[in-house]
Design a protein around this ligand. Structure first.
Ligand code: ZN
Length: 472
């Protein structure tokens, strides 16, 4: 981290404050002139240089891939503890999370006949292996998961099911849900129909020979069969071969291993509030990543954005009333283990969790601010949005945010939330691939994200009421 740059940022923030005294309250408005001025100062300082890119460069260089349970995961935990201390967080600690430990081994796939061809594949996360000898079988094709569901019993007996649905590109990522069900539920459904393995078209919007991994979910009532993703162009090749009407035989080898359950950690840093230190504003991202790239956009960016935002607030001459708590959640990719464990560990403290947001949608600019609060607090969220609007951020309707994947357990238990929606137009070109690396990230886009998180967290921390409907 460049200390000089941070000193400059702090100076800019300091200039926007009248003095070191607490922010005065103004009975007629949700936020006083001084509070809005401080939030604007944070916003402008972040746009100048937030420090997020340096944090992201650090984790992608010094740690890199950090699949939950792997040596990279342990390195990430150590990295984050050191980074939070280096950046001057007041309190830094870890909370243990028991997690599965799956390890990817070598993988290979090829068409044996009628047109022999090596294919670009990757194992789905948590897939069982085939054994080093591999397996081979005829392909049976379904366009969608629904078509597989609708197929007669035994339709895939002894075959490899191939689901070819292609994910649609959208700024809000709405193409992901309908497509990803093939990855999550496909393996067990294929097994119920008698299949020996599953192949899917990668759940991604690119046209490169780079396959996308991601977790599958085995059901208890079906045999566990191996499952892999083909890159988009390889899926096209396979479709063209199937279109010739002859049987297509495929050979698949996945050398994965399941290890016993192990321990990872949610890593937590706080900037302590000046008046209500027990009341916390939660921001964060997930610390684990897939193993193919360096976890730059998923979710090193979320860690860097929220860590830099908390750091900027911590550098202010006057701390906000409440505590800013920044969390790096463990093992999100393999099943939200850290977020769920956080909900269990803090179940008695929901009332102290004033509002939460998670950054886990890449490194694109934030374009929308979507609340998930009591109706009576929407005017406060509108007042926060007014300071976000100059960043090109729209108001999001619906009031149904749960913050992000790792805050959803707390939100379900009653914690108010907000989503700072990032532009996901290109996110799924890189998501879960070997191409998820730092060169894809723009420092200016990260700065815009930090500006929004700093404004949101600061004003939520400074606000002297609540977002869940309880009286002030
Ligand atoms: Zn993620």
């Amino acid at each position: 981290m460049n200390i000089l740059k941070f000193a400059a940022v702090a100076a800019v923030v300091g200039l926007s404050l009248s003095s070191g005294a607490a922010f005065p309250h103004d009975g007629d408005h949700i936020f006083s002139r001084e509070e809005i001025s401080a939030a604007v100062g944070l916003r402008e300082a972040a746009l100048e240089n937030s420090g997020a890119y340096e944090i992201l460069e650090s984790i992608t260089t010094e740690v890199g891939p950090r699949l939950a349970g792997s040596p990279g995961d342990a390195a990430a935990v150590a990295w984050m503890i050191a980074k939070l201390n280096e950046l001057g967080f007041d309190k830094v600690w870890t909370e243990p999370v028991e997690i599965p430990h799956w390890q990817r081994g070598a993988s290979a796939g090829r068409v044996l006949s009628p047109f022999p061809r090596e294919m670009q594949i990757t194992s789905l996360g948590l897939s069982v292996g085939t054994g080093i000898q591999g397996l081979s079988a005829e392909i049976i094709h379904f366009e969608t998961y629904q078509d597989l569901l609708d197929a007669p019993e035994g339709a895939a007996e002894g075959k490899i099911v191939f689901i070819s649905n292609r994910m649609e590109r959208a700024r809000d990522g709405s193409g992901y849900g309908p497509a990803v069900i093939a990855r999550a539920m496909g393996p067990s459904e294929a097994a119920r129909h008698g299949a020996v393995a599953l192949l899917i078209r990668s759940i991604g919007t690119d046209s490169h020979r780079v396959p996308h991994t991601g977790s599958l979910r085995y059901a208890d009532d079906a045999p566990r069969i191996p499952a892999a993703a083909l890159s988009n162009p390889d899926a096209d090749i396979l479709l063209n071969m199937l279109g010739r009407g002859q049987p297509v035989r495929f050979e698949l080898m996945l050398d994965n291993q399941d290890h016993p359950m192990t321990t990872s950690y949610n890593v937590i840093g706080e900037m302590t509030g000046s008046e209500a230190p027990d009341e916390v504003i939660i921001i964060g991202g997930h610390l684990d990543s897939w193993d193919l790239g360096t976890g730059a956009i998923d979710d090193g960016a979320g860690i860097a954005i929220t860590m830099a935002a908390a750091k900027l607030i911590g550098d202010m001459p006057t701390r906000p009333r409440r505590t800013i708590r920044m969390v790096g959640w463990a093992a999100e990719e393999i099943g939200l283990w850290g977020g769920r464990q956080y909900g269990v560990a803090h179940a008695d403290e929901i009332a102290n969790h004033i509002i939460g947001a998670e950054s886990d949608f890449g490194a694109g600019q934030i374009w929308r601010f979507t609340p998930g609060v009591d109706e009576g607090a929407l005017d406060v969220m509108r007042a926060i949005h007014a300071v976000l609007a100059p960043l090109g951020i729209e108001w999001g309707e619906g009031n149904s945010s749960r913050g992000g994947p790792d805050t959803s357990a707390m939100a379900a238990a009653g914690m108010p939330a907000a989503t700072l929606n990032q532009d996901g137009t290109y996110y799924f070109d890189l998501h879960h691939t070997a191409d998820d690396t730092l060169d894809k990230v723009s420092a200016a886009d990260l700065n815009q994200n930090v500006a929004a998180y700093a404004v949101f967290a600061f004003l939520a921390a400074q606000y002297d009421g609540y977002f869940d409907g309880r009286p002030e």
